[in-house]
Design a protein around this ligand. Structure first.
Ligand SMILES: Nc1ncnc2c1ncn2[C@@H]1O[C@H](COP(=O)(O)OP(=O)(O)OP(=O)(O)O)[C@@H](O)[C@H]1O
Length: 347
């Protein structure tokens, strides 16, 4: 449904050039909800704005619903944009128009008769739960209600694709959940393909089927959500996951951690495990088979789209041969083992 082929975008020229996107390839099938996550300045907004050509790629092609929109004339592009709805972080409503007239705007611009517009807008307001607010103005609405108006407006021209540019970033967690619920509903009932960009893992976890990770303009990961959360392939992916799970060593331990694996030091490891490993009694096996005691500093189990993910930060207590054997044992059992550092023995 959405295909980006070798898309690059450079702002400015010469010494001022900013390479915001570098050879991005992305294929999003019809009916999918695809998230793209990344740090500030990574290129997320540029990426999503290249899909409806609010930004024109410097290189590469963009295809939406079978139509290569990077080849279209301006008139044909305007037509194609009716099939691509978009919502924004700050809603972008017209403050001088009431709710009904905001939703009606795209239909007016398409030249539709007033009666057809009424027939289209009323069910849309009902769908987003705002039938009773039709006569109110944006200033009279909460953030969540404003985003609902924006969603209804984006759906007015019956798009096949909905682009969501940080659509929940200005909302509190409870309102975010209700907007995500609405987007999930729209995707389900209308079969609309959704591409959303966000810096929040919670958004990805809640509604996305697949997720891409963008870093310095490059798409460095692209995976189904369950895989991304259980086995990110890049350090940046792991950093996002650890921030999301808020699992990092206690501050007083961090201060004592060194990089030096000398014979008097114990490794402190972060273990990530999923699938069968979650229910295997690995800790007792480490003690029995490797002679290593495990001191658990933090642990957490998360359910992510029918997958279970376990995380643990632990100190491995034993000789360096024993602790190395324990780490080999864990790696052999499909756990990701990351050595965070070493702490000196106290004895
Ligand atoms: N119109 C522009 N002119 C020049 N540089 C730009 C322009 N828009 C974006 N950039 C630069 O391109 C890079 C990518 O920006 P972009 O806004 O796509 O990132 P982002 O991931 O959406 O960031 P954020 O999460 O902070 O919005 C940044 O270095 C940014 O400064």
């Amino acid at each position: 449904m959405i295909e980006l082929n070798n898309v690059s975008k450079t702002y400015g020229t010469g010494r001022d050039a900013v390479h915001a996107l570098k050879g991005v390839n992305l294929a999003i099938p019809k009916g999918a909800i695809h998230g793209v996550i990344g740090l500030s300045g990574a290129g997320k907004s540029t990426l999503i704005r290249c899909v409806n050509l609010l930004e024109r790629p410097t290189q590469g092609t963009v295809t939406v619903d079978g139509q290569e929109i990077t080849r279209l004339s301006n008139t044909a592009l305007n037509q194609a944009r009716h099939r691509i709805g978009m919502i924004f972080q700050h809603f972008n409503l017209l403050t001088t128009r009431n709710v009904f007239d905001n939703v009606a705007l795209p239909l007016e611009l398409m030249g539709q008769p007033r009666r057809d517009i009424r027939d289209r807008v009323s069910p849309l307001l009902e769908m987003v739960g705002l039938s009773d607010k039709a006569d109110q103005f944006p200033a009279q609405l909460s953030g969540g209600q404003k985003q609902r108006v924006a969603i209804a407006r984006a759906l007015a021209s019956n798009p096949r694709v909905l682009l969501c540019d940080e659509a929940t970033s200005a909302l509190d967690p409870q309102t975010t959940s209700s907007i995500l619920e609405l987007l999930r509903d729209i995707n389900h009932k209308l079969g609309i393909t959704i591409l959303l960009i966000t810096h929040e893992m919670e958004v990805v976890k809640s509604i996305c089927h697949r997720v891409g990770l963008i870093s310095n303009g490059e798409l460095v990961e692209d995976a189904v959500v369950g895989d991304f959360f259980t086995a990110p392939r890049t350090q940046l992916g792991r950093d996002f996951l650890n921030d999301f799970l808020q699992l990092s060593p206690p501050k007083e331990l961090l201060e004592r951690l060194s990089d030096n694996p000398d014979t008097n030091a114990h490794p402190v490891v972060r273990l990530t495990f999923s699938g069968d490993a979650v229910s295997t009694p690995l800790i007792s096996r480490l003690a029995r088979d490797c002679g290593v005691d495990v001191s658990i500093l933090q642990a957490k189990v998360e359910s992510i789209q029918e997958r279970t993910l376990g995380l643990m930060i632990a100190e491995l207590l034993g000789t360096s041969e024993q602790t190395q054997a324990a780490m080999d044992y864990l790696a052999d059992h499909q756990l990701q083992v990351e050595v965070l550092g070493y702490v000196q023995r106290n004895d």
